[in-house]
Design a protein around this ligand. Structure first.
Ligand SMILES: Nc1nc2c(ncn2[C@@H]2O[C@H](COP(=O)(O)OP(=O)(O)OP(=O)(O)O)[C@@H](O)[C@H]2O)c(=O)[nH]1
Length: 306
């Protein structure tokens, strides 16, 4: 008898910096989500497709859950909650090292999901798997105890431990996800790793370099718009505008004699060429839109739903 095929949507939720993007990239076997050592890098919901012989998982990566203060942050938490509402199963990815240190870590994280600022009324009704990531940073017996404590704290559909960075525990996680997906045919062709436009990847590559190269509030006050993406020429020509909230941030991004912007451009060009598998030529502009993270119109233009 043929094995039944399962397909459906899994939302990937969790606190900033828990390793959601690392896990998604690992599951997909290639880099599509940006990974940085800083929290709150992921602003948009990204879809990746994990293909197996008898399953297809459509993964939604979401912005890290955190206390919603500015309008931008409030929208980010909303995006995460909405991903959960659309999903067949949710994977709540937590940082095992943090959880082992702080007794109230898990409860605090779960509470963010139901925070009134996010317009929430209880948890969306879908099975919740707890995945304790960064298992490489916690001794095995402490990890085992932590998993037991978590099982007692919430009615999870399953509690798993893994190390996204080492690729450990991923098969068990995939199996647990698949067990909650309905039977059905694949939604996407096998060679499709993600439903992301190359424009989006280009903007993310620039944002990633800014996250890696600048400090304090600068990366959080930055958005990137792609003005032109010309695939008809080789190398592809891409023109992007980096939007910041203040004049001082513009100065930092440009740097003395344009040194910083030049570095950002070179690094983003290399990264993007690697992601796309072909050469690109990138031009960058920096523009100030005063206090854009607080403004509804600007946020909507940048693709964050209300
Ligand atoms: N030791 C260890 N570090 C990890 C692991 N997974 C991710 N990291 C690191 O944790 C940091 C955050 O990883 P990301 O994948 O960007 O985290 P994220 O949850 O997508 O973060 P946001 O975009 O802020 O929501 C990076 O420095 C990763 O290298 C892991 O299994 N073990």
């Amino acid at each position: 008898m043929a094995v039944a095929f399962h397909s459906g949507v899994a939302a990937l939720l969790g606190p900033p910096n828990a390793g959601k993007s690392t896990l998604l990239n690992r599951l997909l076997g290639q880099k599509i989500a940006i990974v940085t050592p800083r929290p709150q890098t992921t602003r948009n919901r990204i879809m990746g497709i994990v293909h197996g012989d008898d399953y297809q998982i459509i993964m939604l990566d979401t912005p890290g859950l955190h206390k919603a203060r500015a309008e931008m942050n409030r929208r980010m938490v909303r995006v995460a909650r909405e991903a959960m509402r659309d999903a067949d199963v949710t994977v709540f990815l937590a940082d095992a090292a943090e959880a082992a240190k702080k007794a109230d870590y898990l409860q605090r994280q779960l509470a963010l999901l139901t925070a009134p600022e996010a317009g929430a009324a209880g948890l969306p009704d879908c099975p919740l798997l707890l995945a304790l990531n960064k298992s490489d940073q916690v001794p095995p017996d402490a990890l085992h105890r932590l998993a037991q404590q978590c099982r007692a704290q919430h009615d999870f559909a399953g509690v798993l431990t893994l190390s996204a960075i080492r690729g450990e525990g991923l098969d068990a996680l995939v199996q647990a996800i698949v067990s909650h997906l309905p039977e059905g045919p694949p939604y996407y062709p096998e060679d499709m790793p993600a439903d992301l436009s190359e424009r989006f990847l280009a903007a993310e590559a620039v944002r990633e370099v800014i996250f890696l190269r600048t400090r304090d509030e600068v990366p959080y006050a930055t958005a990137v718009l792609i003005d032109l993406f010309d695939e008809t020429v080789s190398p592809n020509r891409i023109v992007a505008t980096i939007i910041v909230a203040r004049d001082s941030q513009k100065g930092i991004l440009i740097g003395r004699g344009g040194a910083m912007l030049g570095e950002i451009r070179r690094q983003a060009t290399r990264e993007l060429a690697r992601m796309l598998g072909r050469p690109v030529r990138l031009a960058l502009w920096v523009k100030v839109q005063k206090n854009w993270p607080e403004k509804n119109g600007a946020l909507t233009r940048l693709g964050l739903p209300e």
